[in-house]
Design a protein around this ligand. Sequence first.
Ligand code: E4P
Length: 217
Amino acid sequence: MKFFIDTANLDQIKEAQALGILDGVTTNPSLMAKEGITGKENIINHYKTICNIVDGDVSAEVIATDFEGMVREGEALAKLDSQIVVKLPMIADGIKACKYFSDKGIKTNVTLVFSAGQALLAAKAGATYVSPFIGRLDDVSTDGLSLISEIRLIYDNYGYETGILAASVRHTMHIIDCAKIGADVMTGPLSAIKGLLKHPLTDIGLAKFLEDYKKGN
Ligand code: E4P
């Protein structure tokens, strides 16, 4: 399973990249605003900076909600760097734009996906990635992980190559569960990724090894 970090925070992206396990970055307008990155030019420059830090795919979201606007913005974003993946909202014009970009060989990520039917449409439009938001479903008493399982089943039934990018991952167990189900990618916060490192028996065991080493030296 690929690991993407879901942030526009450069320090966190650098920390994840330095761990050597990072495969890409996802951002969205809210994450940009959280870092104080506003205005078209600043946002574009931020994408370029992120592409220079990481090796993998960097999702850049369009703001337009009409087909022509999405095509215009997406083409400009795709020109920034070969790592850019054009992130499109799961609406009718977003699906049209997804088909347009996939026909042109431009990578896409269909975002704000909350049902298996939406994921099926994204695959039919040739999306590179589909982003089901598992945390936001959990927030409204609906099992987000079940949606990942449903999409896995449907994509496997027909051999769709669209990657299931489990988004809105909130904690470490989400990552483990996505890996068990067979999500192709998960995108989550650095805290959830670093949570995978933790086990008290590792810390106790290492302390004992070091203590015993000192006794003999
Ligand atoms: C996905 O690409 C989104 O940026 C993200 O995962 C949303 O997560 P949230 O529900 O924690 O805001």
